[in-house]
Design a protein around this ligand. Structure first.
Ligand code: TXA
Ligand code: MG
Length: 352
C-alpha cells in the first residue's frame, strides 16, 4: 500500500490543511486508516463504528485483538450516542479535563462493535486536545478508534517519523503535526465500577481526579505490577514500550547511581556491547558510555514525560544493546513516567 504523508501545522490550519483533513476524514469514512497527532502521542485512527476498520488497526499494529481501542470524539453529544448512559462523574470530568489527556470507560451501547472493544461491554472514550485531531474526528464521522500509532510493543510515537518507521506501507495516510506536547498516553479512568478507578496513570494525576470526584481508586497492578493480578485494562498486561536493548533502572543517591552505572557500562563495553545511559540535565556529565542522553529536567518532570519515548527510540536507532536509566519520583506525573519506564525495563530495577 502507498502511504501518503501530509504535514499540518496545528497553529495554522489553512485551506490546504483543511483539504488534507477532508481527504483524511474520507479515508477513515471509507474504512481506511490514518495516523494523526494528539496532545499525548500519535494515534492510528480508523472508524470506531466499523468492525472491519478495527480489524485493520489490529493487523497494522500487530496487536492482540483482545486489547480494546480508545474511541476519540470531538464533542460531548457524541459520547451519549455510544454509551448506555453518561455517568455523572463523566460529565464532571469532561467539564474539568476535556478536551485533554483523560480517557473514561463507560458501558457501551450496540453502536460500538465488539471488534473495537476487544469483546468487552465497556468502551474507552477520549476527547483529545489537539486541533488537528479534533478537526479530523469531525470530518471522519465523529468516532475515531485510535491506539498509539506504533507497532505493538514498541515505544509510542511522539513524532511522525516514528509512525513512518512502524507503519509505512501498512496504512493510507500519516499526518505529520510535529512533536506532541505531553509525550505519554492519556490517564485511563474506569467509571463502570462502584468507585472510579485509574487503570493507567498519565498527565491527569490521581490528585487531580480526586479534586473533582472525591474518592478514586488506583488499579493495584499499576503500583505492584508483579503481584500476578490481572490488570483491568487488557493492554497493561503486555510488555510495552520495549526498546531493543536490555534496560535496567538504577535507583539511589545520584553519586552512587553514577558509580554503579559507570562500572556496569565498562563491563558491558568489555564484552563488546554498545551501552547507553538515560540521565537528566543535572547528572548527564557524570556518566561514561557510548551514548549518554538527558531525558529532561528533574525540576520539571513534564520535560521527562515529553522526551522519554523519543529517547528510548533514539537508543534503538543507535543500536544500543545495554541501557541504564535513572529512576524518578513516583508522585504527580512521575507515576506515569515510572509506569512506562518500568514496563520498558521489564521491571528490572537495582536499588542502591
Ligand atoms: O493517549 C492515548 O490514550 C493514546 C492516544 C492516541 O489517544 N491512545 C492510546 O491507545 O494510548 P492504546 O490503544 O495504545 O492504549 C489503550 C489502553 C489499552 O491499555 C487498553 O487495554 C485500554 O486502553 N482500554 C481500552 N478500552 C478499554 C476498556 N473498555 N476497558 C479497559 N481498558 C481499556
Ligand atoms: Mg499503546
Amino acid at each position: 500500500m502507498n502511504t501518503e504523508i501530509v504535514t499540518i501545522e496545528e497553529k495554522n490550519i489553512d485551506d490546504l490543511a483543511k483539504e488534507n483533513l477532508q481527504r483524511a476524514g474520507n479515508i477513515i469514512r471509507n474504512g481506511g486508516l490514518v495516523a494523526f497527532p494528539t496532545e499525548t502521542v500519535y494515534g492510528l485512527g480508523g472508524d470506531a463504528l466499523q468492525p472491519e476498520s478495527s480489524r485493520k488497526i489490529y493487523a497494522a499494529k500487530g496487536r492482540p485483538s483482545d486489547n480494546p481501542l480508545i474511541v476519540h470524539v470531538a464533542d460531548m453529544e457524541s459520547v451519549s450516542e455510544i454509551v448506555t448512559a453518561v455517568p455523572d462523574e463523566a460529565q464532571k470530568l469532561a467539564d474539568a479535563f476535556w478536551p485533554g489527556p483523560l480517557t473514561m470507560i463507560m458501558n457501551k451501547n450496540d453502536r460500538v462493535p465488539y471488534e473495537t472493544t476487544g469483546g468487552l461491554d465497556t468502551v474507552a472514550i477520549r476527547m483529545p486536545n489537539n486541533r488537528i485531531a479534533l478537526e479530523l474526528i469531525k470530518r471522519s464521522g465523529g468516532f475515531i478508534a485510535a491506539p498509539s500509532a506504533n507497532t505493538s510493543g514498541r515505544p509510542s510515537p511522539t513524532l511522525a517519523r516514528y509512525c513512518v518507521e512502524d507503519l509505512m506501507g501498512k496504512i493510507e495516510m500519516i499526518i505529520d503535526g510535529g512533536q506532541v506536547g505531553i509525550g505519554l498516553e492519556s490517564t485511563i479512568v474506569d467509571l463502570t465500577g462502584e468507585r472510579p478507578m485509574i487503570l493507567r496513570p498519565g498527565y491527569i494525576t490521581v490528585e487531580m481526579l480526586r479534586d473533582v470526584l472525591g474518592a478514586v481508586d488506583i488499579d493495584r497492578t499499576i503500583i505492584a505490577p508483579d503481584s500476578g493480578v490481572r490488570p483491568k485494562a487488557p493492554g497493561m498486561k503486555y510488555r510495552h514500550y520495549a526498546p531493543k536493548g536490555v534496560l535496567t533502572i538504577v535507583e539511589g543517591p545520584s553519586d552512587k547511581v553514577a558509580e554503579y552505572i559507570n562500572t556496569k557500562a565498562l563491563e558491558a563495553a568489555d564484552q563488546g556491547k554498545r551501552v547507553g545511559v538515560i540521565g537528566t540535565e543535572s547528572t548527564k556529565e557524570l556518566y561514561r558510555a557510548d551514548v549518554v542522553k538527558s531525558v529532561g529536567d528533574r525540576n520539571d518532570e513534564n520535560t521527562i514525560a515529553h522526551e522519554l519515548f523519543k529517547v528510548l527510540r533514539e537508543f534503538d536507532d543507535e543500536n544500543i544493546e545495554v541501557m541504564f536509566s535513572e529512576s524518578f519520583d513516583d508522585s504527580g506525573i512521575g507515576q506515569a513516567i515510572m509506569n512506562r519506564l518500568l514496563k520498558a525495563a521489564g521491571h528490572c530495577v537495582i536499588r542502591l
